[in-house]
Design a protein around this ligand. Sequence first.
Ligand code: RRO
Length: 303
Amino acid sequence: MTSRLATEIAGLELANPVMLASGVLGLSVPFLRRVIDAGAGAVVTKSVGLKPREGYLNPTIAQAQCGLLNAMGLPNPGVHYFREELREANLRAPIIVSVYGFSAQDFAEVASLAAEADVDALELNLSCPHVERTGAEIGQNPESVADVVETVKARVDKPVFVKLTPNEANLVEVAKAATESGADALTAVNTVRAMIVDIETARPVLANKIGGLSGAAIKPIAVRCVYEISREVDVPVIGCGGVSTWQDAVEFMLAGASAVQIGTAVAFEGLEVFKSVTKGIETYLGEKGFKSVKEIVGLAHRA
Ligand code: RRO
């Protein structure tokens, strides 16, 4: 008997709809394997680029009320290193590689190098809130998004997800541009631009001053983004932003998410979160009489 939790996103078979979000446990295959062993239905890596990058000076992380503020600055060892790391990874759940670039060609180059490795899909980071000339600087413009997605799709034959920014008013326009250009799924959303000022030193806490807020503080924003996007596009939407309990996951799915990603809660609570969220969703489905998790996707749209 197939489990109620089994689902499918852009051709990827998932044992459950709860994924590791990008950025949390880096690019280490042993760590990604631990996350899968802990119950994740899929894992998304930290974003990789063409060349290694050190990222910003410390402090890069600060705790906010109900959330976490970060400005890591895209530290990563580069896609060539990562391809070696992935050699014979042989993970028993899908691995999705998050990629970034400074132009459409750059995105396509990184994506095609990553796609040659043993990976299942790519997630284009068109939403990093604070690194210049990449991320949201490209992802806020529907034409640039279309250009990146078309260029990547012409080079790779693996499913392409696009991670969207919540920081722009034209979210739905960008989502449509991505899907009309061939995106196979959308991840909504990256972090919310935010800042903390230390009142003793009268200075911003992060070295980069501005960072991205994640965790419970942004969940209602992310749920609204999923709701607005999922009623306008025909591809699966993956909810991301403040999921730490099964109730959060169910809420995202009712709003239109076909799956969810967990990031900050892994940092705060550890890997047990995957079991508690998946078990809770399963119990909810049973109690409400649903045979598959797919049945609850978008139910809130009836209202
Ligand atoms: O590395 C980061 O500082 C970072 C990235 Br790439 C991103 O997409 N979102 C975020 O909050 N931080």
